[in-house]
Design a protein around this ligand. Structure first.
Ligand code: PLP
Length: 396
């Protein structure tokens, strides 16, 4: 039998999805598995987007432009301008989800062996895209006791080598829920300018800013306009994860032009997804108000409930819909598997994402898990009751 590639062998498994076979086995045994492991919300997608797809009257599901439909790019640019971030449609390349935007951006901006600095814990798939593009990730640890704030800027500077070509942030952050302040971003901008780095800013959770603190997009930072590469997606904004529509937004013409070559090779972004995404831009404000309130209630409920448990610490996330939680456990991977394989309370159990997969530094995250508050409060309550009982049993 021919052998699999080394690239395939060493491709990191997703900490969010790698335990799926155990969850499936648990379900086959009749257990209800409450999924706190994945950012798949139960929130309905906007009706206006669903109707646009239902009412599509064309006769051919055709290829489109590799950069995405011009009408969608123009509408998305207008959306950003409405948020106060100046964007022109020529600065947008539509992609198959934010995932492809990250991969294309890495491919267009880095040579194999180049380095990207990422505050950890970070969204685990960054690791995978960097690996695919041959980019070395240099982590810089942000700590739970500091609510995962941006590490001191001197620590970033210490990591910069001749190979360093970029810094990558997610704002609000997945997995920590931290929202970077204008001051923190301006500090980053100083070193981005000084060393002429790319600043990749993943802003797919931009609208999920629960305390309504002023939001600074990396695109609004002065003096580094051509260094910034923004990652956009409809997955979370409209609870349309399956639409698979994202975008690279950059004022750097080369980033758009060279990413487009990767876009041409995959022909075009999804046809129906773009129809839904364009229509979703007309979603009435009441939809967002309701969704926002729902997440905010879940956030407060989950954090309060977790902090009542013995030995558990959960900082209050300001954005996105995740918390990185410290648990009284020694090995989050083992614990997550044990929850699915060995534990149930009245036939219920929970699936969590072990935090080890969100850290690049070996050994970190062993007593932490990421929880996504994507379930309604009633289900969250059952899931968290299960978790509390599980912790007692695991430690007994
Ligand atoms: C921070 C972040 N960036 C990017 C993505 C990719 O999203 P998608 O490819 O669905 O747009 C996700 C998905 O969970 C995410 O959490």
């Amino acid at each position: 039998m021919p052998r699999i590639s080394e690239k395939g062998l060493y491709m990191p498994a997703s900490p969010i999805r790698k335990l799926v076979p155990y969850a499936e086995a648990a379900k086959r045994q009749g257990k209800t598995v409450h999924h706190l492991n994945i950012g798949q919300p139960d929130i309905f997608s906007p009706e206006i987007a669903l109707n646009a797809v239902r009412n599509f009257a064309g006769k051919v599901v055709s290829y489109g432009h590799s950069a995405g439909n011009e009408s969608y790019r123009k509408a998305l640019a207008a959306y950003y301008c409405g948020l106060g971030t100046d964007v022109d449609y020529t600065q947008i390349l539509v992609t198959t989800g934010g995932s492809e935007a990250i991969l294309f951006a890495f491919m267009a901006c880095f040579n194999p062996g180049d380095e990207v600095i990422i505050p950890e814990p970070f969204y685990a798939n960054y690791w995978a895209y960097a690996y695919e593009a041959g980019v070395n990730v240099k982590p810089i640890t942000s700590g739970i006791d500091n609510d995962f704030a941006l590490p001191p800027i001197e620590a970033f500077e210490r990591l910069i080598t001749p190979k360093t070509k970029g810094i990558f942030i997610s704002n609000p952050n997945n997995p920590t829920g931290y929202l970077y302040s204008k001051k923190e971003l301006e500090q980053l901008a100083i070193i981005v300018k000084k060393y002429d780095l790319y600043l990749f800013s993943d802003e797919v959770y931009r609208e999920f800013n629960y305390d309504k603190e002023p939001y600074t997009s990396a695109l609004d930072l002065k003096g580094i306009e051509e260094n910034v590469v923004l990652i956009d997606s409809v997955s979370k904004r409209y609870s349309m994860c399956g639409a698979r529509v994202g975008a690279i937004i950059s004022k750097n013409k080369d980033v758009i032009a060279f990413s487009l070559k990767f876009g041409q090779a995959r022909l075009c972004p999804p046809f129906y997804g773009q129809i839904a995404a364009e229509a979703a831009l007309q979603t009435p404000p009441e939809y967002f108000a309701k969704v926002f309130d729902e997440y905010d209630q879940r956030r407060k409920f989950m954090v309060q409930r977790l902090n009542q448990m013995e030995g558990v610490y959960c900082p209050m996330p300001k954005g996105a819909f995740y918390s990185l939680v410290r648990l009284p456990i020694d090995d989050s991977d083992k614990f997550a598997q044990w929850l699915l394989e060995k534990f149930d309370y009245e036939k219920h159990t929970v699936m969590v994402a072990p935090a080890t997969g969100f850290y690049a530094t070996l050994g970190l995250g062993k007593n932490e898990v990421r929880l996504a508050y994507v379930l309604n409060i009633k289900e969250l309550e059952i899931a968290l009751d299960c978790l509390e009982r599980a912790l007692k049993k695991y430690n007994a």
